[in-house]
Design a binder for this molecule. Structure first.
Ligand SMILES: [Zn+2]
Length: 265
């Protein structure tokens, strides 16, 4: 792997920032991980996802440009290494770490990924420096993705239930309990929040109307698969249709198609 450009720190709204890769490419995803969302409060930084373990010092340096306070809380949107690779180091630094109970189970099955200190089921309301953080567990990309609603900032952190660049397609992880049927209804639940900005797991931050267009695209894609699967279309036919009509199904997404067809039949 060649040298990848450094991620950048971008302001979102109301004390929320995101540390995102310079480009939404698979090479940068492998090197740096997904988006990390930063919420600055008077009681310390709340971090949603950590990027890769090797970026720990870079991450701390970037946070130092925003606040003198340390990382108080780390919330993982799910158990994958591109989102939680820095967890153990941040925990050793003194941060308290949180993941859903369902994705904690996924972490425990993966040697070396460590495990968060706090696991919750359903929902969890945190208050840091007077700011509310509403965590909610939603089935979709994995068996227990966490979304975070930050009402003061009107920002929703969505993890890998949403990705916003075609170069990093949204997928479900069947091994970790993901499901396309569940992901589709998860997007319906996300739509109920009155947010100005949504931070996806990968790719640029989007507005509410951009999110609604994304949801529409996924719904159209799944409807197409439903129709084709019921006609007993071959995997190749489905793959070709999705690529031509939705620019989805190449690269990482190709392996998702058989499971998707089975689920939607
Ligand atoms: Zn990811």
């Amino acid at each position: 792997m060649g040298e990848q450009p450094q991620p950048k720190l971008t302001e979102v709204a109301g004390d929320v920032h995101v540390i995102e890769n310079a480009n939404p490419s698979i090479g940068e995803l492998i090197a740096n991980g997904g988006n990390a969302t930063v919420y600055v409060t008077d009681e310390g930084v709340v971090l949603f996802d950590t990027k890769s373990a090797r970026l720990h010092d870079f991450l701390i340096e970037q946070l130092g440009t925003l606040t003198d306070r340390p990382v108080a809380l780390v919330v993982l949107t799910h158990n994958h290494a591109d989102h939680g690779g820095g967890l153990q180091q941040l925990q050793a630094d003194g941060a308290t770490t949180i993941v859903s109970a369902a994705d904690r189970e996924n972490m425990l099955r993966q040697p070396g990924s460590g495990s968060a200190q706090i696991a919750y089921s359903g929902s969890l309301l945190l208050t840091m420096g007077g700011k509310e953080i509403h965590l909610r567990e939603i089935h979709g990309h994995t068996r227990g993705d966490t979304i975070a609603w930050l009402p003061e900032a009107r920002v929703l952190v969505a993890g890998d239930l949403v990705t916003t660049a075609d170069s990093i397609p949204v997928i479900v992880n069947y091994e970790d309990g993901g499901s396309w049927v569940a992901l589709e209804s998860a997007l319906g639940e996300l739509a109920e929040y009155d947010f100005d900005y949504l931070v996806p797991g990968h790719g640029p931050v989007i507005t509410k109307s951009e999110f609604l267009a994304f949801r529409q695209k996924i719904a159209g894609m799944l409807e197409r698969v439903r129709t084709l699967a019921r006609e007993d279309a071959s995997r190749e036919t489905v793959a070709e249709a999705l690529l031509a009509e939705f620019n989805w199904g190449g690269g990482l997404a190709a392996g998702n198609i058989p499971g998707m067809m089975q689920e939607l039949k």
